[in-house]
Design a protein around this ligand. Structure first.
Ligand SMILES: Cc1ncc(COP(=O)(O)O)c(C=O)c1O
Length: 484
């Protein structure tokens, strides 16, 4: 039984009467039950009626160690509650924030070693953009101060003169999801999410993502990379390089369905950002902490960003914690004795959340979670690749434990479904049929229609087979019904 004072019927009633669920068509629950999940173990969840589901989405791409470490993590949280339930990171430190910052710095590639904590992914993205905006101001100020101190060198004067007046613009990619707070939403490249809240924070330009499936068939990978890099450079030039502070992109883009980078892409993006003196931020809210078979996607794809935004897997979602990880170079202008990053959040670096994240990382290391993803990714891909035999499955893409199947009307022409067909296929049929069959994954059409598969990183061959088995049956039936 679930741990609740309410019986299943009262719980259902109270959910319908009071709970406003996120990104949910609440009207649908006038006639249908709200799915109420009451417990989890390993890769599995159980609902209020005792039905079990394989969670092939790891919560929201985030429960990296799976659901079975509640005792151990709860003990760490309990001990922290007794020792110091709360203290702030505003002008103060406490041991857990210090230890977690040092731990994250040791896992992050290169000199990404300064860690600013917040409560989740959207806050991390907002914080990164604010940090980038203030970085150029702080750098300009410290140069001006340097130039006014004795003795003033020609180099100082030139540096001060070169200081741009204001850099505030950002560049991100089409269809990318980066969160829902105003800053993060403004960076989002999903028109349907932006629309209701416009005007948003100015000024963001979106460039092409790395979806190669719908590119001209004769285009080589090298040509594709060239096209993407030329477009990025043109966007910086069109905005005015002296006004751009941030390029913000995921190592593997989630929305649209696991777009991996073509060869040479990240090296080219890094080179362009360096050339135009723009900060490169890798959004690793999903790809961080093992999902792509490395502690960070930046390491796997050799991105060398100036900033990383992180959340979800940092605590395997056992706590609401996110972080911005910055290089020493980004921190440098803020080390001036009168400078500070003018930003803070009451719960950022909360000691209980930090204790949970520390325990999560300890478990990930002990259980060899990241190594396991790397060892199993080929087998996972091969298992999912069987689904390419279905008439409705056009493409399989991704890496690590992060995969997407693109659904198509015609495999030869790669023609996609119309909006009405997507509405039926994804929302009316697939989401319900998969859930009925005991599989939680996401049927999504923020770009072209895809099924997203991203299980806890403790999944093995048995779970891969179960995912492919259920998807195979349900997708075959969907194809039959689409043709009927
Ligand atoms: C890449 C990326 N960035 C940012 C976010 C926003 O994170 P949160 O929902 O924790 O605010 C998400 C959430 O899915 C994400 O996938």
């Amino acid at each position: 039984m679930a741990t609740t004072a309410l019986d299943a019927i009262s719980l259902q009633r109270a959910a319908k009467d009071h709970l406003w669920m996120h990104f949910t068509r609440m009207g649908g629950y006038e006639t249908q039950d709200v799915p109420i999940i009451v417990r989890g173990d390993g890769c599995y969840l159980e609902d209020v009626n005792g039905k079990r589901y394989l969670d092939a989405l790891a919560g929201l791409f985030s429960v990296n160690i799976g659901y079975s470490f509640g005792d151990e993590i709860g003990q760490a949280a309990h001990e922290q509650m007794r020792e110091l339930p709360f203290y702030t990171n505003w002008s103060y430190a406490h041991p857990r924030a210090v230890e977690l910052a040092a731990e994250v710095a040791s896992l992050a590639p290169g000199d990404l070693s300064r860690v600013f904590f917040c409560n989740g992914g959207s806050e991390a993205v907002d914080s990164a953009w604010k940090l980038a905006r203030q970085y150029y101001q702080a750098r300009g100020e410290s140069r001006l101060k340097a130039a006014s101190a004795e003795p003033v060198t020609r180099h100082d004067e030139l540096a001060a003169m070169r200081t741009p007046p204001r850099r505030f613009k950002a560049i991100a990619r089409h269809i990318a999801y980066h969160g829902t707070t105003f800053g993060a939403l403004s960076i989002n490249g999903i028109p349907a999410l932006r629309g209701p809240f416009e005007p948003l924070v100015s000024e963001v330009r979106h460039v092409s993502n790395t979806n190669r499936y719908h590119r001209p068939p004769e285009e080589t990978e090298e040509q594709f990379t060239r096209f993407l890099l030329d477009e990025l450079e043109a966007a910086i030039l069109a905005l005015g390089p002296e006004t751009v502070c941030l390029v913000h992109m995921e190592p593997v883009q989630n929305a649209g369905g696991c777009f991996t980078p073509p060869a040479g892409y990240w090296q080219g993006v890094r080179e362009i950002c360096t050339r135009y003196d723009v900060l490169l931020s890798a959004d690793e809210v999903i790809t961080g902490f093992g999902r792509v078979g490395a502690w960070f996607g930046s390491e796997r794809f050799d991105i060398r960003p100036d900033l990383i935004t992180s959340a979800k897997g940092l605590s395997s979602s056992y706590a609401a914690i996110g972080a911005v990880i910055a290089t020493n170079g980004v921190m440098e202008p803020f080390l001036d004795s009168t400078s500070m990053f003018s930003h803070g959040i009451t719960f950022g670096g909360h000691p209980v959340q930090c204790a949970i994240a520390l325990k999560n990382i300890e478990i990930m290391k002990r259980e060899r979670i990241v190594e396991g993803v790397r060892e199993n990714e080929d087998a996972f891909r091969a298992t999912l690749a069987q689904l390419l035999d279905l008439p409705i499955v056009g493409d399989l893409r991704g890496t690590g434990y992060f995969w997407a199947l693109e659904l198509v009307k015609d495999k030869d022409t790669r023609e996609s479904f119309t909006d009405d067909e997507c509405e039926w296929l994804l929302r009316e049929y697939l989401s319900n049929a998969l859930f009925e069959a005991g599989l939680i994954c996401r049927a999504d059409d923020r770009g072209d229609p895809v099924i997203q598969i991203s299980p806890p990183l403790v999944a093995g061959q048995a779970e891969f087979d179960e995912i492919a088995g259920i998807l195979g049956d349900v997708l075959a039936e969907a194809a039959r019904r689409m043709r009927a």
